[in-house]
Design a binder for this molecule. Structure first.
Ligand SMILES: Cc1ncc(COP(=O)(O)O)c(C=O)c1O
Length: 389
């Protein structure tokens, strides 16, 4: 039997993952600064409200709808109304996760062998999802000059006749940068001229820390075909509930055509469970308390990080939003070697920037979610290691 080329030929863990596994098997106590599972970082979830939402008796009947149940789409529309945006429930499609939404959209917009361009540095799963759908993920690069800027000239060069789609992560993971309204003006021109659709993944939208220049509002876009992604995973801090969604934006005539085709595709799977659709309204409301705790947590940990790295050879790049921070270190080692040394000698888990496509300089990525006492100690050990070099 032959397996498809969608699966990587090598499935061995990276050196870092293998070392981590060995340490865990030996029971070594570690400080995990890569922890980004909100259910594991000591947040006080509104348990009663969540369990009540999951107890809706409507759950017991099955009324399959490829687009998702109307009451669930209304609940998602209410989530946007709370942020001051009007979204018609008919322009919302439910999925089991944002990742599934990506896969559906790749099927909708790309033929096998065609190409999308995704942010670099950026979220590594996009590449894997593209390969699994038989399409290719190329890079569109962002560079840091005090703030993160899209490399527009480089982007134009990377667009070929096979390129159909631009992915924007807003704010980006792991850089935490929102695309500014002025940056979108230039990008919109490129997308119009080169006939590109856009996916705007805004799973971290609610976690804005720094307010400055106006940011791009994807929900207001009427010219370029655009698909906005979000889900309970980040918007309510409930990744285990498995509910995501797509909002259709861009020219109205294209929204309708996209909706018909998405409905056709979603009908193959009918993947979103009824219990979670019935619970979504209650979970989104309960999620407000979780979001607020996460916001406080990332703000607090970011201050600790900046204070601890002061007067060391390391520094955190500015974070506008999201759950991560990028730490810049002296280039004397590769980011992978820094991460291996921190794990092996200090018992601290971080991600090397190379995982996210950082190629210049030396960067480590930490989550801002860990419990403050663990975060403080982990960052202290990192600062000591950076100072010793
Ligand atoms: C940018 C980004 N998009 C999507 C996801 C996945 O979200 P979901 O759990 O809804 O699949 C993540 C998860 O970390 C993410 O960082």
């Amino acid at each position: 039997m032959r397996f498809s080329d969608r699966i990587p030929a090598q499935l061995q863990p990276t050196r870092l993952a293998a070392l981590l596994r060995r340490k865990r098997e030996r029971g070594r106590e570690l400080i995990d600064l890569s922890e980004s599972n909100p259910t594991r970082v000591g947040l006080a979830y509104p348990v009663e409200d969540i369990l009540q939402a999951l107890g809706d008796p409507v759950t017991l009947s099955y009324s399959p709808m490829p687009q998702g149940l109307p009451q669930t789409r209304r609940a998602v529309s209410d989530y946007y109304a709370r942020r001051g945006a009007r979204v018609d429930p008919d322009e919302i499609f439910l999925t089991t996760s944002t990742s599934e939404a990506y896969s559906l959209l790749f099927k909708l917009l790309l033929d096998p062998g065609q190409q999308l361009l995704a942010p670099c540095p950026g979220y590594p799963l996009i590449d894997c999802l593209a390969t699994a759908e038989g399409v290719e993920a190329g890079a569109w690069t962002f560079y840091f000059d005090g703030e993160w800027q899209p490399d527009l000239a480089g982007l134009e060069e990377n667009i070929t006749s096979r390129t159909r789609l631009l992915v924007l992560v807003h704010p980006n993971n792991p850089t935490g940068a929102y695309l500014k309204a002025s940056q979108w003006e230039s990008l919109r021109e490129v997308c119009r001229r080169r006939q590109l659709a856009v996916i705007c993944d805004e799973v971290f939208w609610d976690y804005r820390l720094k307010f400055g220049d106006p940011i791009f509002d994807p929900l207001a876009e009427e010219q370029v075909p655009l698909f906005v992604l979000n889900g309970l995973s980040k918007a309510a801090g409930l990744p285990q509930m498995k509910l995501g969604w797509i909002v259709l934006r861009g020219p109205y005539s294209l929204r309708k055509q996209a909706a018909e085709r998405l409905e056709f595709l979603a009908d193959h799977y009918l993947s979103v469970s009824t219990p979670i659709q019935c619970a979504a309204g209650g979970l989104l409301q309960a999620g407000a308390a979780v979001r607020e705790q996460i916001r406080q947590r990332i703000k607090f940990n970011l201050e600790v990080l900046n204070r601890t790295l002061e007067k060391t050879a390391a520094r955190a790049l500015p974070v506008e939003g999201g759950w991560y921070a990028v730490i810049e270190l002296p280039r004397i080692h590769s980011s992978q070697d820094w991460a291996l040394a921190l794990l092996d000698q200090d018992g601290v888990v971080v991600h090397p920037g190379s995982f996210y496509g950082f190629s210049d300089g030396c960067h480590l990525i930490v989550s801002l979610l860990p419990q403050p006492n663990k975060f403080r100690e982990g960052v202290r050990r990192l600062a000591v290691r950076a100072s010793e070099t």
